[in-house]
Design a protein around this ligand. Sequence first.
Ligand code: NI
Length: 321
Amino acid sequence: MRHFIRLLALLFAAIGFSSGPATAKAQLPPRPDAPAVATAGDAAPSVSPAPNVLEPGAQPSLLAEPPPTPSPSPAKPRKHSYNSCQVEGKHVAITFDDGPHPTLTPRLLDILRERGVRATFYLVGKNVAAYPEIVQRMVAEGHEIGNHSYNHPSFLKLSPAGLAQEVKSTNEALAAAVPQKPTTIRPPYGATNASITKRLSEEFGLTVVMWSVDPQDWKYRNASRVSSHIIQNTVPGSIILAHDIHPSTVDAMPPALDALLAKGFQFATVSELIAMDSPKVAEKTHSGPGVPISAPPPAMEPLEAYAPEPAAATPAPQAAP
Ligand code: NI
């Protein structure tokens, strides 16, 4: 009798496993390790995963998936400034200074959207006040906005009160345009020093973001030279500097972005890249102590570098200095 029951059990088992993949799957017993109650880890995915707010009519399928939310250690010290970041994986950030420009910036935004690339724009406050709708489009399409002063002066030549005025008036122009507040600042011409950088970070809550890849697009108005420099010098953790006020720079972007994407680079906003920054990566990727882990300080842009192209159709509100 016992043998008969075992035979019956085997028979049922055989029927179960031979009745096709779909039903076989359905008959599988519950995994013994499946928890009956959701754990804290299981609850996490219910948090809204999409930081990018899309306007109606935007094309979400063309935008890149936002990278997984980095989880920096809460003990991670906040740095006052970054030239580049130490990250796991081929993450980089591309930044565009001095806009928005009434015609070139929308053209650049089209190029970025076609490729699902998100960038960070260091905006000049007076241009924000003139073209708030372009800033709104940037935010709607998932880009980050940062402070680049109101009138583009060298911070080294300002009084403490003058510096505060430049920073605050730009934040106010941004606040009038979009709900997002900037968390980073790029001093015009890269002109800063330790005490200014510390003040920007501590008093205004703005992390100073410099760069590690500089095609000098303000100087070389040649799209292929600019794109080649970017393609050849970008490495994981790079912060790329460009200016969306020169037609040649915008022309350089399709080949530069396509080549970097083909190499497997993923574009993060500056804040996302900073959130991924980890000294542990530097320990892993560098052979030992004494090896510099960050790029050398970037060369300062000369003061005459800020010369936006005049708008063809719309007159620029204030001529460049
Ligand atoms: Ni600038």
